[in-house]
Write a protein that binds this ligand. Sequence first.
Ligand code: KG4
Ligand code: ZN
Length: 421
Amino acid sequence: MKIVAIETSCDETAISVVECKGDIATPLFQPLSEVVLSQLALHAHWGGVVPTLAKREHEKALVPVLQEALLKAKLLGIQSQNSKGQMTNEIQISNILNREQTLLPEVIKFLETYDTPDIDALAVTQGPGLEPALWVGINFAKALAMAWQKPLIPVNHMEGHLLSPLLSNGEQFSISLPADATHQALQAGNFQFPLIALLVSGGHTELVLVKAWGDYQKIGQTRDDAAGEAFDKVARLLGLGYPGGPAIAAMAAKFQSLNAKFQINTIQLPRPMINSGDYDFSFSGLKTAVLYLVKKLQENDPLVLERDEVKASIAYEFQEAVVDVLISKTTRAVEEYGAKSIIVGGGVSANKRLRESMERSLTSSGRETSLHFPTQFLSTDNATMIAAAGYIRWLEREKYPLPNAASIQAEGNLCIGIQKL
Ligand code: KG4
Ligand code: ZN
């Protein structure tokens, strides 16, 4: 079936059209088009995502992004003269998009111009995320579902990240080796249950036990800041800009190249909760440790942060601390639950050091656990993963009936699975 998926939970307006096949044991996905419009430059100016700005930008972007996604998927057809202007449900659409006054005329014009595309369902991110941003995507999806008379599947964004390693942006159907995979431990299609998923994004850090696709149990999460959030905050402290993850990673790589041989760092930071015996995380103390360290260094030299080698040392040690904690907890979960595969998803899974260190740690443990990362492009927010999660919901619809489209609400704190008591 063809699913049009819409993602607006944060600062990316993303729409993908994905051909989905297979059963719940072996779902298969082929993206027909993937369009992502990032608001990054706009939010960088404020040092982080501003929810009201995000909502405004999603409103502006959704119709052009949809148009491009359908065009690339060869599903955009101009209406014939006969049917032109025969939109019967304009009043209902106005009601659905009552709070999206910028988007409403664009949607009406779009629906008057183009035919109903040959698709089977729509999927939309319901949460977690920024509620004003989520609502735009949801109301847009409701309007399209109504006008096109297609089912609408609400999706958990984190389930999308969890499924992202199943996707490839290659040409063929496959649960495949990601296109940029260079890791020995990556094995095509070799997902085995139970598996442990480490989800690390800007808003979440959680470990999930997966017994089958669609069957998730959260076993641990961060008690304060998410890993991505810590990257962003520490980058701001070091004056590296937003988003912090790639900026810290680049600085840390500089340290590695400057100290290629020994990598001895005089700076040391804590590994919070590494021996806590549970699967929870805490990253806000690590950020505070960086803050105190910077203040102390500035007492001796107020211009210390002008020096690249100092920033590089701090960035490197911070990244090592985060990576050490993530790997340690994931490894413990793998052992306790006898996991046969590991999935890492979410924006922080783009981190090269995390990828390399995780692979190294797995290889040296001698375990036969397969390791799966999404492609670089699918690590951060995108709608292809939302289509994948939508398809899993669709396959499970008899067990968990889908709600009526009109009743779908944004849920900023939507959880994946059940917290283990
Ligand atoms: O999953 P995502 O795109 O959005 C959310 O759902 O939050 O994740 C964004 C987060 C940001 O905090 C960003 O700094 C982080 O992912 N990130 C990275 C890297 N690329 C993005 N963190 C570490 N290393 C990276 N290369
Ligand atoms: Zn995300």
